[in-house]
Design a protein around this ligand. Sequence first.
Ligand SMILES: Cc1ncc(COP(=O)(O)O)c(C=O)c1O
Length: 395
Amino acid sequence: MYNIISDFYICNYSYSIMIPINKPWLDDDAKQEVLNVLAENSLTSPAKNGGKRVQDFENLLKSYLNVKHVIAVNSGTSAIHASLLSLGIKPGDEVILPSFTFVATANSVVATGAKPVFADINIDDYTIDSTDVERKITDKTKAIIPVHLYGHPSEMKKLNDIAKDNSLKVIEDACQSLGSFYNQKQTGTIGDLGCFSFYASKVLTTGEGGAIVTNDDNIYEELLMIRNHGMVNGYDTRVFGLNLRLPELCAAIGISQMRKLDQMLDIRKTNAEFLSEGLKSFEEKGILKLPKEPENKKFNWYLFTIGFNENPHRELVKNNLLKEGIGATIYYDPPVHKTPYYSGDDYDDTGKSVSGDDLLPNTTWAWNHVLSLPVHPLMAKDDLNTIVKTFEYSL
Ligand SMILES: Cc1ncc(COP(=O)(O)O)c(C=O)c1O
């Protein structure tokens, strides 16, 4: 029995997983950046604008994303929580988000005292269904959090229009989508705020870390305070905040990662193309559905997620891949609204709690039919071939 870290969880598998679902690419450059921080004895800074590495990292992200402001924080969860706080989201408010996401999206809402209201997803790309979002709006709704799941951009035009018509704010959960585009714009830069995660499994990592992006000067100033206990000059707490600062050691890794971000994304794309080609015959036979980039979207290929038409096919392929040492993973098993903490809260169209899966039918379908495969930059051609061959002998 081996303990392997499969993205968020420590999983007990009876197999040795040689190719995890994601793996950070750390090289001598990253090591040198970290050693420099240690040599300078500059581990962190409580200054309003952060330490030198934090500021350098923010500037690199700013030009990569072509956005006015970036605030680095210590996790993607902190990024979403701080964004909600900066918009004044509070107890009594409602925030609409998908249940088919990592629980951090919902937990960040709960941390403000507001109520998460779950909307269904689209069956083609697993991102939030804007029609269901409209249905879930009440007079308490204050914001929508679309999640660009697996690096698939959500329908931002529709969601921004709905938000505008109903005076709502849009916080993009871009934790999985650094480098994905929607209508030629980077995801995370299209709503009022965008939140990124740099957890170890992400396309760019700082170990733990995150960032918020916005073009709004006032929100930016608010966020700088929220990141640092609401303080500006010493003990002058002006708003509620927390310690959400990114350590300099983490920012140093991020600076090094930024130097090879384009290269890492290129390799992911090449690996995804290889799997698309190798597995297309199964799609032609109607066994499964492969991930596809629509014309107006570009994926970062954080994950390569397949929808199987039959659940037993998924289980068979997953188990055979694990036996081959490939860390194929079912994400959001179960989705947030079915976890013990949230399961009392199946919501009907008016936001009232009821029970039953059919409220979020596409979420339930995805939960039972999707499987994510690795396409990270540290995979060899042989690993990709093993995946294709495993499908061939399984199905
Ligand atoms: C969709 C989504 N939202 C939020 C988060 C939270 O980010 P973090 O783990 O950096 O707190 C993650 C990932 O970790 C995520 O995948």
